[in-house]
Design a binder for this molecule. Structure first.
Ligand code: B16
Ligand code: MG
Length: 215
């Protein structure tokens, strides 16, 4: 018998592949600033807040700017990113996600969002998935980005469950570390080499059943 009461889903790279839009927007900024930014570099930005992502990007490019310029650069990247995500619709929900959420609902397992993105609500609305969530914790509600556990602990608190009664689904190294810091088991979505600290790693949600919640 599973003791899992809540499944917490990261958004970018788990429910939808917005990681690719973040990448395109950051690469465009790097391009403008005159340096190369690769897919491998992008791994370091997954799950990391917007301003922390910018710091990593500038470190990769060997650039330094004052605070005011950094805010402008982050804003510029976000404007491009928002242009991409406003075009999103239901077809961008990753395969198997909705079926798995429906299965959870049948079993009375609650569903939470644990994302540090400030754009999470508009993405959920665009893909018509908002009503699936019993709790939505996003970048507008937390002050500490992953690997800080705040985002996941807030979801557990809002739904009145203990951390060990939650399971986190995450595609980012920082997100898996945040789950560990929260005392929650995690399922990595992606590559086992990259997500080697997760309790389990699967390529995606297709054909997923409740046995994934047994640890
Ligand atoms: P925004 P998640 C994270 O979302 C992304 O993985 C990360 O790449 C991004 O920098 C961060 O959100 C902030 O996003 O700029 O939209 O506020 O993976 O926690 O759902
Ligand atoms: Mg993610």
């Amino acid at each position: 018998m599973s003791i899992v009461k809540v499944c917490i889903f990261d958004l970018d790279g788990v429910v939808v592949d917005t990681a690719k839009y973040h990448f395109i927007a950051w690469r465009r900024l790097a391009d403008e600033l005159g340096f190369e930014f690769t897919v491998e570099d992008n791994e370091r930005l997954k799950g990391v807040s917007r301003m922390d992502s910018l710091e990593i990007l500038l470190e990769i490019g060997g650039k330094t700017y004052d605070e005011e310029t950094k805010i402008e650069l982050a804003q510029k990247k976000n404007d491009w990113y928002v242009q991409y995500i406003t075009k999103m619709d239901e077809s961008e929900i990753l395969p198997g996600v909705k079926d798995f959420m429906t299965l959870l609902k049948k079993e009375n397992i609650k569903i939470a969002l644990g994302s540090v993105s400030k754009n999470a609500m508009s993405i959920l609305n665009n893909i018509h998935l908002t009503e699936y969530f019993d709790s939505i914790i996003d970048g507008t509600k937390v002050s500490n980005a992953k690997p800080d556990p705040e985002v996941f602990l807030n979801a557990a608190k809002e739904l009145n469950v203990l951390p060990q009664e939650c399971v986190v689904f995450e595609d980012a190294v920082a997100g898996i570390q945040a789950a560990i810091n929260a005392g929650m088991p995690s399922v990595g979505i992606g590559s086992p080499e990259i997500l080697n600290k997760a309790n389990k790693v699967v390529p995606g949600f297709e054909n997923m059943d409740l046995s994934i919640l047994e640890f």
